[in-house]
Design a protein around this ligand. Sequence first.
Ligand SMILES: N[C@@H](CCC(=O)N[C@@H](CS)C(=O)NCC(=O)O)C(=O)O
Length: 345
Amino acid sequence: MASSTGEGAAPIVLYHYPYSPYARRVVWYLALRGIPYMECIQPPFMPRPDVEALGVNYRRIPILTVGRDVYLDTRLIIQKLEALYPEKPRLGATSGGDQAIEQLLQSFNIDGGIFNHAFQLLPTDLPVLRDPVYYKDRAEFIGKSLTKESLGKGRPEAVNEMKKAFDLFEHMLLADGRDWVLGSDGPRVADIEAIWPYHWLAGIPGALPEETFSPSTYPRVYSWIDRFQKAVSAAKKTNGRAERISGEAALKLTAGSPWNEAPGSVDPQDSVVVADGLRGGDLVTVWPTDTGSSHRDTGSLVSISSTEVVIETRAKDNAATVLRVHAPRHGFRVRKTAGTTQTRL
Ligand SMILES: N[C@@H](CCC(=O)N[C@@H](CS)C(=O)NCC(=O)O)C(=O)O
């Protein structure tokens, strides 16, 4: 379990770039919970030397470090942040029914393809989408070719998919006039899980065709987005903005920090542990299976459960700096590193 309690807690650094819709999920969470953190701004394309310096090959944004623990994927990051600062009210659902809605909303937007449809709606005249480097970089990221033309071609279908998603919120989840998806008195994790692709698109002129998407066709969705933005802006005003630090400063800070968590254990009954004959200390490789799959991290297995895998790695140019990289099991693969027997780092 996470051990930080606020005062003197392990420092938090968010590696991100501000227009990443996934990163915003974490920025919003940190703001709404009033958790202090630092940010290390990354370029929108590879290479990312600051992340490499941590000894991390994973290429997706965001990445969060809490002390010497490195967390991959916003789904795990938000869950881990919930465990920090117990004196501050948590934002996650507590009843079984609400927790199920929160998780289903997460799957709907991330696994259900909404993000991919949202991506297809980006106007190809956005400055970043005029840069040929972008297409080369993102083709590597998605593992297939990507061109300005192929992006444009996907638009009509994506408009229809997005309409279906807007309908779900307008005519079902928010239909009774509630302010927040779980009927709470303020935004919760469920709202973050629900809102991010729509908030992102609504903020990019030309992404959503106005004849289909507008405050008059979807009044509940647009006022929810507006309300959410106001709540985040107010929280940022109250809690102050993140301090920006360089990659060098972030690495130094991380290297000199305590662990955020005590190490867990290897679940002997886990089906991958059984199939691969894994034991603590084995060299394993971990990677995401949907995007950025060619960027894999190898390290000594610290723990594995049905929800999380943790490996011990070392900073790139400083072998004395040991870090623990945490990834969720969902959407990630763990395999014994080919040609190795049990080894301790
Ligand atoms: N499932 C991941 C997805 C993260 C993701 O796809 N992030 C995008 C940025 S919004 C990314 O990394 N794009 C490629 C890149 O920036 O290199 C998460 O929840 O963190």
